[in-house]
Design a protein around this ligand. Structure first.
Ligand code: 0O2
Ligand code: 0O2
Length: 267
């Protein structure tokens, strides 16, 4: 083995992992502070152990003097999302960033690995400001749902235990578990869709109520007191009955009454 100073070799990677973790955790915090939806659930990161770097170099036939370009995940961060849709959104926001550039992407969600592994990987080039000046390093961002992460974490530890020679029955069961994780993600996305729809309906309804009440106020402005009071009574009944269709009709009637009032026509 060469006499390289591994501690110094890993320094820029350690710095990159720390910075990238802070950046994506901050993104989550900022979105929350703005009352916006965050596609990020949590962020982890690690620098590959020297033994794992060497194992991988051997497996991929990377010469020792080309580790920096040949091993792309010496620095790795992992971003967990609740829903598959969040992964797409997050990948877009990574592409738009100016503090890192994308080398290439690996979509193991559309094309899952034979093991059942699913995740979206982005290999980036990231500039680290070191004491010796700027150094560009490669880093891997893995983006996955909580279900994908659950599966991959357990599969990774089993593979570690069995040194990649998993007994056939375990391999089959892991493959079934991957399918279950996939179905879980689909179910959660469907539920999410329904929640978003329900929220939208609630918002539409509350906008409608606002418009009706403001229009009734408008009638008072034109001194149509009796008409306004009648509309108010009808609104109270419809609101009790939670009848959105009738509320829309009522709004149309009030708006017609307002335009008549504007022209000075009698009710
Ligand atoms: P590998 O990749 O085989 O060399 P710590 O307590 O933080 O000092 P520890 O116990 O390694 O260290 O915890 P950590 O950082 O949570 O990492 C544990 C395992 O989680 C690692 O296995 C990785 O497989 C995985 N991991 C966590 N975050 C990431 C990430 O962002 N990217 C990748 N690729 N893996 C991650 P090993 O065997 O330690 O690491
Ligand atoms: P660790 O310990 O997590 O760092 P290859 O496809 O093997 O030629 P490479 O570079 O391994 O090339 O790329 P790939 O396949 O995109 O894998 C990069 C990382 O994705 C792996 O790093 C794992 O973290 C994760 N990964 C890929 N396939 C699987 C899988 O089947 N199961 C699990 N649990 N994780 C996977 P490392 O270095 O293999 O491991």
């Amino acid at each position: 083995m060469d006499g390289r100073d591994w501690k110094k070799f890993l320094l820029p990677y350690e710095q990159a992992v720390e910075e990238l973790k802070v950046k994506f955790k901050t993104l989550r915090g900022e979105l929350k502070a703005r009352d916006e939806y965050s596609p990020i659930e949590f962020v982890t990161g690690r620098v590959k152990k020297i033994s794992s770097v060497l194992d991988k170099a051997k497996r991929l036939n990377v010469p020792m003097d080309q580790l920096e370009s040949g091993i792309e995940d010496i620095a790795g961060i992992r971003i967990m999302c609740q829903f598959e849709e969040d992964i797409v959104r997050l990948a877009e926001s990574v592409r738009a960033r100016q503090d890192m550039s994308i080398v290439y992407e690996k979509d193991y969600i559309t094309n899952k690995k034979p093991s059942g592994y699913r995740s979206f990987h982005i290999i980036i080039e990231y500039p680290v400001q070191t004491a010796l000046g700027m150094k560009r390093i490669l880093a891997e961002i893995q983006i996955r749902t909580l279900a994908m992460n659950f599966w991959a974490t357990i599969e990774h530890s089993l593979n570690y235990k069995y040194k990649e020679k998993l007994p056939e029955d375990v391999r089959i069961r892991l493959s079934r578990a991957a399918e279950a994780a996939y179905i879980l993600d689909q179910e959660m996305s469907n539920i999410r869709g329904e929640i978003v729809e329900a929220q939208k309906m609630f918002e539409d309804n509350s906008n409608l109520v606002n418009r009706v009440l403001n229009s009734i106020q408008g009638l008072y402005f034109y001194h149509r007191v009796r008409e306004a009071a009648q509309f108010q009574l009808r609104f109270n009944e419809i609101w009790e009955a939670e009848d959105t269709w009738a509320l829309t009709e009522l709004l149309n009637e009030i708006e017609t009454a307002i335009s008549r009032a504007k022209k000075g026509d009698q009710p």
